[in-house]
Design a protein around this ligand. Structure first.
Ligand code: PHE
Length: 469
């Protein structure tokens, strides 16, 4: 077991950690991705599957990342090295760090769109929403400065350090986000015709569930909780031993889930009230919502508010993505926090430029079917789609699979349980601890394998169903 160094920064309070970790989890994944995935996958039935995945897979796996982080008091690479000094396992830590850089590169692009949409109503109050979106994301003079701006703000927060930067910001931003969302929900559910949206969102039609929907729900739950690239290892490393990881982790999952559910409540009643369709895909919030806002009283204001809160949510996620990489440089090299944040942030911006240009600005980046001809990534994938596929899906899944095996088998679930017992009183013992061990060693890797197999086009669930049906 590594001895924690006296100088390592720690969160100032439990609420500080919970808000910062919830801030990492809550982001574009909840407010942009969750509603469009729900809309594409049949509504309420998908929501129920998603909730089951959070409760039975992601939450227990979250404890593995938190326990590894707090035990080692290190970034993902250092955490693995502290347990297994030599051999290929430290490459898994390296994969986490790389994944952080590359997810951040294209996540920053979409976050930039959200910032741009704050001002949409000022510049273009009454244009065709679909056309506006298409033109806006294809305009380099808009999307590149917005990406740069978003990266600068992210770097600024990370340079501030754990307590002064991330924690202080999270404490201010997260409650604002909650209040803003409640305002939009109130407007949305009181629109005439909102009932059909509530029905779609809350009244499950189980005939819509098939293997693909199950796998989508599992993948979404995973991405949404920031799992699989060491963000929760890193955030856990700033926690003191007296902290109850089970309770804190539970709060994080609870907040993340609540915000996703609230995002759905904000969007679906409005979509149906406007006679729009829920299966617009990734464009859902950018195309449908401004249209919805336009047609309601105070719409310009509500639209601006919505995109402010989306930007806030994205910022607390980009901060965690950058923090994983910066903590690696601070722990493992001679770089200080400031230098590491500027350097990594600068590179990430450069890597983000092709993703920013991949939505109409540069044609060979916008349609990369010349490079990938199969259908795994979808029809005519852009460079951004490919980045999301490789880093947001494959690499995240691979990281989580390997990390659960590492914690369960290499470090040993007994050690992880020992770590989880510190600060948690008498709650995590006996049958509960034993079942968690079985989960970590067998069930969790198996489920992640199902996600990964699906990503490369093999639907294991469907194959098993076929086998018995
Ligand atoms: N969970 C974040 C979101 O929902 C995205 C993210 C993934 C952040 C992985 C960090 C690590 O937007």
């Amino acid at each position: 077991m590594a001895t924690p160094t006296a100088e390592r920064e720690q969160w100032g309070s439990r609420i500080g950690f919970v808000l910062a970790a919830a801030g990492s989890a809550i982001g574009l994944g909840n407010i942009w991705r969750f509603p469009f995935k729900t809309g594409e996958n049949g509504g309420a039935a998908f929501v129920i599957l998603y909730l089951a995945c959070i409760a039975f897979i992601c939450l227990p796996y979250l404890f593995a990342e938190l326990s590894l982080g707090r035990n080692s008091q290190k970034n993902p690479v250092g955490a693995i090295k502290a347990i297994k000094e030599k051999g290929p396992w430290s490459l898994v830590g390296g994969l986490c760090v790389l994944t952080g850089v590359f997810i951040l590169s294209y996540y920053g692009v979409i976050a930039g769109w959200a910032v741009g949409y704050i001002f949409k109503d000022v510049f273009a109050p009454a244009v065709d929403a679909g056309q506006y979106f298409t033109n806006f994301i294809a305009d380099p003079s808009a999307v590149i400065p917005l990406l740069a701006l978003f990266m600068l703000i992210t770097i600024g927060v990370v340079v501030g350090g754990v307590e002064q930067g991330i924690e202080r910001w999270a404490k201010v931003l997260m409650p604002i986000l909650l209040v803003l969302m409640l305002v939009v929900i109130f407007r949305s559910v009181t629109l005439p015709g909102a009932g059909a949206g509530l029905d779609f969102y809350l009244n499950p039609d189980f005939s819509k569930i098939d293997g693909a929907v199950i796998v989508e729900a599992l993948g979404q739950a995973f991405f949404s909780l920031s799992l699989g690239m060491g963000a929760m290892i890193t955030y856990g490393s700033y926690l003191p031993k007296r902290e109850n990881l089970l309770v804190s982790g539970g709060y994080v999952a609870l907040f993340d889930t609540a915000i996703a559910l609230m995002a759905g409540l904000m969007i679906f009643p409005a979509v149906f009230a406007m006679g729009a369709t829920p299966d617009e895909g990734p464009a859902l919030i950018f195309v449908v919502l401004p249209q919805v806002f336009e047609a309601m009283p105070l719409g310009g204001f509500i639209g601006a508010v919505f995109f402010i809160l989306l930007s806030i949510a994205a910022l607390t996620s980009t901060v965690s993505l950058l923090e994983v990489v910066v903590s690696y440089f601070v722990d493992e090299t001679s770089f200080n926090r400031k230098k590491a944040a500027w350097l990594v942030g600068g590179f990430t911006f450069a890597f983000g430029v092709p993703s920013a240009l991949a939505n109409g600005a540069v044609s060979w980046l916008s349609d990369m079917s010349w490079l990938v001809s199969n259908n795994i990534v979808g029809q005519n994938p852009s460079f951004l789609d490919l980045m999301d596929f490789v880093w947001g899906n494959m690499s995240l899944g691979m990281g989580a699979l390997l990390l659960s095996i590492f914690v369960g088998w290499v470090w040993g679930s007994e050690q992880a349980i020992d770590e989880l017992q510190q600060g948690s009183g008498d709650t995590f013992r006996g049958t509960l601890a034993k079942s968690w061990s079985v989960f970590l060693k067998y069930i969790c890797p198996l489920f992640i394998l199902i996600i990964l197999a699906n990503i490369v086009g093999i639907n294991l669930i469907e194959q098993v169903i076929n086998l018995f049906g």
